[in-house]
Design a protein around this ligand. Structure first.
Ligand code: GLN
Length: 494
């Protein structure tokens, strides 16, 4: 039985709850969608075929018994392959974990199951979430559905593609320096990075623990709001998760944005910004102003230091987090020849890490080890921590004057596969607009605005004060509603 898959998260959940469609029909339709497109788009590393069919049958049985179904009843949610999933291989985009089958669920995965979601598979990603293009995946890059010769963005590229190509109405990604917002922008979908600590990181393979945060992609803003309300909350197994009352995220999507004060940071419209992106983002801001928002200029003076700061801190934390992949505790083990048992152990560590990690991961471990080394700690790591504080203060000051900041998500549209792989610095610079909100731990989202002349997606980024996901969602859904009006006049050249 085929099933319409353009349905939103909320529409599917309501139809399954009312019994208008079975969860099994939804699961089968989702698998068919994945089968039809995955060879081309490479969005999924693992399709959990038997598992998702069993989940669907269990949901249908539950309904048949007259039990109440959860808020994501029968809603397919694709999972970034950095999220531990009981019984399903979890590679983190790396050969190191090629055959790792976790014996437990990440907290977010357990919460999705409890909400009766369907989990059809694990999505492609840059290795250990390090990258902006999906090209560092050990499983080959996912492709942009708008132009298959282009990257989908990264590191949660597979999750963005799953939603953008309508294989699933929602997905989870993780964002350390932009990995939800940037692929959402480049692939043309909605993606939200919550406040650091809003969502438990338990069971997320760690990249840079002071920055990592899990969040939703969805085909519409309201769908993302529902997924967020399911996954948010304090977790005893993550000491950094916040015990903060959750706003009603779905109600926030219905709230008027009249009178909302929007800050436009001058520093985000600087040299290097593609003129078509600038035109699209400025047109969106003008349209929101015409709809009653109050627009002001603000300054985020330390923006120019964000790339350097992030790549010191993130690599330092990564070098420490990735020490656990030693051939003993997890995943791959490659024996090295050694003269003595002790020598054999040493060469095993080296041989395992050499075979298991790709080039970008090795580069980051080396960089991170260097910035933490005794002679350079003060000059790099400590200094970067101080600049991180200055970046956070810029936002504090700006939020004294405005309720949200609006700016581009990415300085350019999706680039061609291979275009930046030989130039890591050019790749790092493409994160310039997403890194500051990550360093400050703030909630931030990317919502599609008018595409370029070539039809490539463009993202409008919205950043709000800590724990104000409700503001991000109100503004994003107001914008989405404006864009979907039949008389919408929201493009740069309209
Ligand atoms: N592109 C950034 C990096 O390569 C961010 C990655 C992420 O958010 N996981 O580190």
């Amino acid at each position: 039985m085929s099933e319409r898959m353009n349905d939103s998260v909320i529409a599917i959940a309501e139809r399954v709850r009312r019994g208008e469609v079975t969860a099994l029909a939804i699961a089968e339709a989702t698998l068919a969608k994945i089968d039809a497109q995955n060879a081309e788009l490479n969005a999924f590393i693992t399709v959990a075929r038997d598992e998702v069919l069993a989940q669907a049958r269990a949901i249908d049985d539950k309904r048949a018994r007259g039990e109440a179904l959860g808020p994501l009843a029968g809603v397919p949610v694709a999972l970034k392959d950095a999220l531990a999933t009981r019984g399903v291989r979890t590679t983190c985009g790396s050969k190191m974990l090629d055959r790792w089958v976790p014996p437990y669920d990440a907290t977010v995965v357990a919460k999705l199951r409890a909400a009766d979601a369907l989990l059809p598979g694990k999505t492609n990603m840059d290795e250990f979430a390090m990258g902006s293009s999906n090209e560092s995946s050990a499983y080959g890059p996912a492709k942009n559905p708008h132009d298959r010769a282009r990257i989908p963005g990264g590191s949660s590229g597979g999750s963005a593609v799953a939603v953008a190509a309508a294989m699933t109405p929602a997905a989870l990604g993780s964002d350390t320096g932009g990995s939800i917002r940037q692929p959402a922008a480049l692939s043309g979908t909605f993606g939200l990075k919550p406040t650091y600590g809003r969502v438990s990181r338990f069971g997320l393979v760690a990249f840079a623990s002071s920055l990592d945060q899990i969040g939703p992609f969805a085909s519409d803003v309201r769908g993302a709001a529902r997924v967020l309300s399911v996954i948010a909350g304090k977790d005893e197994r993550d000491m950094t998760s916040l015990d903060a009352p959750a706003a009603d995220f779905e109600a926030a999507c219905e709230k008027s944005v009249r009178g909302l004060r929007l800050g436009v940071p001058e520093e985000y419209f600087a040299k290097g910004l593609d003129p078509e992106i600038e035109a699209s983002v400025r047109a969106a801001i003008a349209r929101l102003e015409a709809d009653g928002c109050v627009v002001k200029k603000v300054h985020l003076a330390h923006t120019k230091h964000a790339v350097a700061t992030y790549y010191v801190l993130a690599t330092a934390e990564a070098s420490s987090n990735l020490a656990r992949f030693d051939g003993v505790r997890y995943g791959l083990r490659v024996e090295g020849p050694g003269p003595s048992p002790r020598g054999a152990l040493r060469t095993m560590y080296g041989a395992t890490r050499d075979a298991g990690f790709g080039l970008e991961v090795k580069r980051r471990i080396l960089l991170g080890t260097f910035v933490l080394s005794a002679g350079y700690y003060d000059a790099y790591y400590l200094k970067a921590q101080k600049v991180r504080t200055l970046i956070r203060r810029d936002f504090d000051d700006a939020f004294g004057e405005v309720d949200a900041i609006v700016c581009p998500t990415s300085p350019s549209p999706a680039f061609r596969l291979g275009e930046k792989t030989s130039d890591p610095l050019a790749m790092y610079l493409s994160d310039v607009y997403t890194l500051p909100a990550s360093l400050a731990g703030l909630p931030a989202a990317s919502v599609p605005c008018a595409p370029t002349r070539d039809g490539l997606p463009v993202g409008l980024q919205i950043v709000a004060p800590a724990l104000r996901e409700d503001t991000v969602l109100s503004l994003a859904s107001a914008w989405e509603d404006l864009r979907s009006r039949p008389d919408a006049d929201v493009g740069p050249r309209a």
